[in-house]
Design a protein around this ligand. Structure first.
Ligand SMILES: NC(=O)c1ccc[n+]([C@@H]2O[C@H](COP(=O)([O-])OP(=O)(O)OC[C@H]3O[C@@H](n4cnc5c(N)ncnc54)[C@H](OP(=O)(O)O)[C@@H]3O)[C@@H](O)[C@H]2O)c1
Length: 498
């Protein structure tokens, strides 16, 4: 197939697999999953004998495929795909029409998989809202589809994995009663970003960082995800979630574990995840009376960005005019262990900010005695910045002498882009789908990590649920009430993306 005429990607070859997408008529499928599968096929990372089986209701196969084709053209225009190539690709597809609540849907699916003679591996991707996960797992179990005697059977679920500690535990218990934990892949697309994985390579494939990577040299760490977009079509979810649940509990806390963890004994899923959970266990519990000092919550009001008028969050469709849901959240964590005692980890995220930027900033301590402090331009704090998005790469901010007859200093930034050509960077869904197909769960959250991270933020959720008002910020600005205070004692203060 197409894999013959395209460059081969680096990566372990995958076995032929039935890729079953449950909820295949939805947004995630056309926006992310199908483009990722096509790119994988083109470069040989998806076995050409694989099948893609969509489970959806109320549409014919022709209608479904037409929708997918349009979605590819709309959301992935960079993938050049002529009609003949689409026909060829879509010949891998088949469809089961059915409701996820009905037993018949799963027996039809089992019959379809049984009819495929070449292989019996199956990946079940739950591209549906989380309330369906247990129903799907039960349907698969009853139809014998989770039985691994003839091939692997893996189930992928998307966050949110619960909305608090109790619902997360309940979901884990229900899934684990139907599937083995090793069959459950809790996807966090943020960890699929190459630059996040690159953090592990920078840390553990180089020897110059490790001596500095501790409380003796690092003043604090900032992990951020600033977005310029609003909530788009997700008001119903976002109103219940807010920025803390949506981004900090999942993506940003996962990144914190990668920054803070000890070197694993080997690069295997459980060895890495064992070290990550140790970090979460060492996070100091936030006392109810400390929540207001250790956190920031704010909501965007109206404003402008790049001359576009932006309406306030409370004026968005399906948002209550009285909503106090935070669209920006910041939390200051402390990790009580030998390496990180006294080093704040400040995680923050927000919507309708001036730019879409995601970074990990390692801010170093001041020199013990600064010879140049009296000069007109005092030296600035050293920072090592891992840019997750955009312009993935790493930069080191240092001080250098200004040219001329002076010892005044100026900031010097050494930049190392991760990939010169952005096209070399794989999309997170390609990386993670490949990992599921090869059975590598390193970048997927284990049940204990999910529960631990919910229990860490539980005191914040408890305090915030009683609030009757929330601070506002003007959309399109960095003027966020309380943010500077969160960094008040940090060398160099808040690193606003630029
Ligand atoms: N969209 C993204 O870019 C994105 C990114 C990251 C994570 N996610 C996560 O991915 C999951 C899916 O998101 P999505 O945006 O694709 O949602 P979506 O557009 O609402 O799609 C969900 C699909 O599930 C189908 N479905 C719901 N109930 C069903 C039932 N009883 N039987 C059969 N099909 C049923 C829906 O069919 P009908 O249309 O017929 O109701 C719909 O096609 C969510 O957990 C979301 O949080 C999405």
């Amino acid at each position: 197939m197409e894999s013959n005429n395209a460059a081969q990607c680096l990566g372990e070859a995958t076995e032929p697999t039935n890729i079953v997408i449950l909820g295949a008529g939805g947004d995630l499928t056309k926006r992310k999953l199908i483009p990722a599968l096509l790119k994988m096929l083109r470069c040989g990372l998806l076995h050409a004998d694989s099948k893609i089986i969509g489970v959806l209701k109320g549409r014919t196969q022709e209608q479904w495929l037409t929708g997918l084709h349009k979605g590819m053209q709309e959301y992935s225009p960079e993938i050049k795909l002529n009609d003949q190539q689409w026909q060829q690709f879509s010949s891998m597809f088949s469809m089961i029409e059915g409701d996820l609540q009905e037993e018949r849907t799963y027996t039809d699916l089992a019959a379809a998989i049984t009819s495929i003679q070449q292989h019996k591996n199956a990946l079940f991707y739950c591209a549906v809202p989380p309330r369906w996960y247990t129903t799907i797992a039960a349907g698969l179990d009853k139809a014998g589809l989770s039985d691994q005697s003839e091939g692997f059977r893996r189930v992928v679920i998307e966050k949110p994995f619960g909305m608090d500690i109790d619902s997360a535990r309940q979901l884990n218990n229900e899934l684990q009663s139907l599937l083995d934990e090793s069959q459950i892949y809790r996807i966090d697309h943020y960890l699929g970003k190459e630059s996040v994985q690159n953090l592990l390579v920078y840390r553990f494939a180089n020897s110059i960082l490790e001596p500095l990577w501790n409380r003796n040299f690092i003043d604090h760490v900032q992990i951020s995800a600033a977005e310029s977009i609003g909530i788009e079509y997700r008001a119903n979810y976002y109103e219940k979630s807010g920025a803390l649940r949506d981004m900090i509990q999942s993506h940003l806390m996962q990144v914190m574990t990668l920054v803070a963890m000890e070197p694993p004994v080997e690069f295997t899923a459980d060895a890495v995840r064992d070290e990550k959970i140790k970090v979460l266990r060492a996070v100091r519990p936030i006392k109810p009376e400390s929540v207001s000092q250790q956190t920031v919550a704010a909501q965007y009001g109206s404003g402008t960005n790049a001359e576009e008028a932006i309406k306030a969050y409370v004026a968005e469709d399906d948002v209550s005019a009285e909503s106090v849901t935070e669209t920006l959240a910041g939390v200051r964590f402390h990790i009580d262990n030998w390496r990180w005692q006294g080093v704040p980890f400040i995680l923050w995220t927000g919507k309708r900010l001036p730019q879409r930027v995601s970074e990990i900033v390692i801010r170093f301590r001041k020199p013990p005695f600064n010879l140049f402090d009296t000069h007109a331009n005092p030296p600035t704090a050293n920072s090592l910045v891992f840019r997750v998005h955009p312009d993935e790469g790493i930069s080191l901010r240092m001080n250098a002498k200004m040219p001329g007859l002076t010892t005044d200093t100026q900031r010097m930034v050494m930049r190392a882009p991760y990939a010169e050509n952005g096209e070399d960077v794989s999309d997170a869904y390609e990386v993670l789908l490949h990992d599921v197909l090869t059975g590598d769960a390193t970048l997927f959250s284990r049940a204990d990590e999910v529960e631990q991270s919910w229990s860490i933020i539980e005191p914040i959720l408890n305090e915030w649920q009683h609030r009757i008002s929330v601070n506002r910020y003007r959309a399109g600005t960095w003027e966020i009430p309380g943010m500077e205070d969160l960094f008040a004692d940090c060398v160099g203060g808040w690193h606003k993306p630029s």
